[in-house]
Design a protein around this ligand. Structure first.
Ligand SMILES: C[S@@+](CC[C@H](N)C(=O)[O-])C[C@H]1O[C@@H](n2cnc3c(N)ncnc32)[C@H](O)[C@@H]1O
Length: 191
């Protein structure tokens, strides 16, 4: 079977600003409406494209940008823009575990990751562990329908399936947000 994992040879694609036309970080940030967040964790950060953007929205905080691939971690260390240095912290994680302490984050988010996960419940469990009480989870991934680009439909998950997984992992107040043309956008809260 072909791998579900992102091919790092396509790394440059992750930095294509045209992605912002259909994955609008300002819409995500406005919708999240977090109260003075200072710790964000990006699981499946890739080149830190979104970690860098979200770090610019923090007054005085950090985004831990986690990925399983050394090539992504090294890329971030060498290429993150100057304004993100110190604010975006690259973290090499294992497939289903993040080497960061419990209850540290105001927001854990995953963008275009869910369809690549071997053990989505374990990763959602990690997100739950990492969040402070009342902390939020955001999952954004490709809708399971024809879109002009994106991974094969067969490996995508339905929004219903991801919502069920979030509920099973203990998240409450799960909401589905409109506004992204090719992606579902789910949030939940750690009670
Ligand atoms: C399609 S890319 C998306 C990158 C980034 N979120 C973005 O949208 O620009 C998916 C990334 O997730 C990483 N990845 C795959 N499985 C992972 C896992 N279990 N935990 C953390 N990262 C993972 C891949 O190495 C890749 O960098």
């Amino acid at each position: 079977m072909e791998s579900k994992k992102f091919d790092p040879k396509k790394l440059a694609k992750l930095n294509d600003p045209r992605r912002l036309e259909f994955l609008d970080p300002d819409l995500m940030w406005r919708t999240l409406d977090l109260e003075s967040p200072d710790v964000l964790i990006d699981i499946g950060a890739g080149t830190g494209f979104f970690a860098s953007i979200f770090s610019g929205k923090l007054k005085d905080g950090k985004v831990y940008a986690c990925d399983i691939l050394d090539v992504m971690i090294e890329w971030m260390k060498e290429n993150l823009p100057a304004k993100s240095k110190g604010k975006v912290v690259p973290v090499r994680m294992e497939e289903s575990s993040v080497p960061l302490p419990d209850s540290m984050a105001d927001l854990v988010y995953m963008i275009n990751l869910h369809h690549e996960l071997d053990e989505p419940m374990k990763v959602l469990g990690e997100a739950f562990r990492l969040l402070k009480g009342k902390g939020r989870l955001m999952v954004v991934d490709w809708k399971k329908e024809e879109t002009p680009e994106g991974p094969p439909i067969e490996i995508r998950l339905t929004e219903d399936a991801v919502e069920d997984q979030m509920r099973t992992c203990g998240f409450k107040g799960i909401k589905r947000h409109p506004g992204l043309p090719y992606h579902y956008f789910l949030t939940g809260e750690k009670p």
